[in-house]
Ligand binder design. Sequence first.
Ligand code: C2O
Ligand code: CU
Ligand code: CU
Length: 522
Amino acid sequence: MKKRIPAKTNKQRRRLLQSIAAAGIVLPLAPSSVLARKEQKFGNPLILPPLAEATRQGNQLSFNLSVAASQTEFFSGLKTPTLGINQSYLGPVLRAKQGDTVTINVTNKISEITTLHWHGMTLPANMDGGPHQEINPNQTWRSRFEIRQGAATLWYHSHAMHQTGPQVYQGLAGMFILDDKASESSDLPKDYGVDDIPCTIQDRRFNRDGSLSYMSQMPDHMMGMMGTTMLVNGVVRPVLKAQKTLLRLRLHNGSNARSYQFAFSDERPFYVIAADCGFLARPFKTKSIHLAAAERAEILLDVSDKKQFALISLATQNAAGMGGMGMMRMMNTNKQRLDIMLIDARQAQPSKHRIPVSLPVASNPALDPRKAVTTRQFELEMGMMGRGGGGPMGMMRGMGGGMMGGNRQGGMFRINGKSMDKNRIDFQVKRNTTEIWKVSNASPMAHPFHVHNVQFKVLDRNGKAPHPTETGLKDTVLVNPNEVVRIVMAFPEFSDATMPYMYHCHILEHEDQGMMGQFVVV
Ligand code: C2O
Ligand code: CU
Ligand code: CU
């Protein structure tokens, strides 16, 4: 079916294409499908998720979320079946302050079990929204907890057992912004949607009819689900019209599996101000930042030159830290540059904010490695063999084996030799203690390792100090092949001998296939 494009739109489009060319932005070659042609436009206005409506009484804040199936028009004239939270795809931004007690009522209106997990939050295990807090169809789950941690860009997403990948892929995720007194009185841009911009970045693959394609190709099972279309806040090839000359972007890698090396098309520098769970001590100036699945970073971006340029992901020779050899090179999925979002600053108004010298970083004296009472070891493995067999040969055997049939108990993805078992508690942690976790990777691809209930500090990678962008509090850390990453974390006083917290790879297809374990705090 051909659709006539009105002349005006055509002219606007040509102008946009010209300015894109002027900005040095490379459009990908046009594949022949209708979808690819629709994708060319690169002119959809960026949509900002609404702030979730809340009722507040003093420190008591309450939200109502409803998970439902719907349709979303990512490409004009094509309806894509999606899942969403209070909207057709993704969810509203939840926002709360340190010291608030939040109540979140989550109603499940889809036909399968779901959950909503508050990623990055310190809270009692039964409020976490992990695989044990199942919400059956037509049921409402009430999560209630106190916000004890400082300002950060957290998020929330489905964590249904074996279904996290497909449910998040279809749209069950959103951002959860925390504020504290120091961040509120700071001089940082904080006018939501004006100079403080949430950016949930995802890659998706669409069929010609507009429907989402999931786990339809061989590598999806091993590498995790990688898409070919980039979305920001659910918008394909969006344009962000900058209203101010200094922007704070909350970059959130909401992808199922893909890592990015974010940069700008004109190589302009920017300042990283926060990691997953809080501010750095001071802004770090750089031209690119690596974010693995589930990681977040807040950046300050100066657009006072009022230009047009794009947020991109750089092509990498080898994914971060991967060796250059055979299988590892094959597993580099970022061989091509990705154009993600056009930023048009031509109309930006002067900002009253400046790049600060220092940041309102929250300190946690419990995160002193000398206080650690235990050091635990975690080995991430993929492949058919046991310990040591997760290397290229084990992988090859695995790819030819029964795993492709989708056997989830088959044990292709393991931590310390074991695949996730909901009925097995892997270890106990003592409340109010500090621990060091040593995470190593015996597989040929990088895995983002995530721990529930804590904000940790990265101590070192193979004995070397972490990158400056990783010096803030974190809840997810990338572990490259042949790397040992040490992290230090402190457990609060909540305890529950039967209800576990999860730790897992945040490549959702790896998690769903077993690269996950559980611990209780006693
Ligand atoms: Cu973002 Cu266990 O999850
Ligand atoms: Cu989590
Ligand atoms: Cu993984």
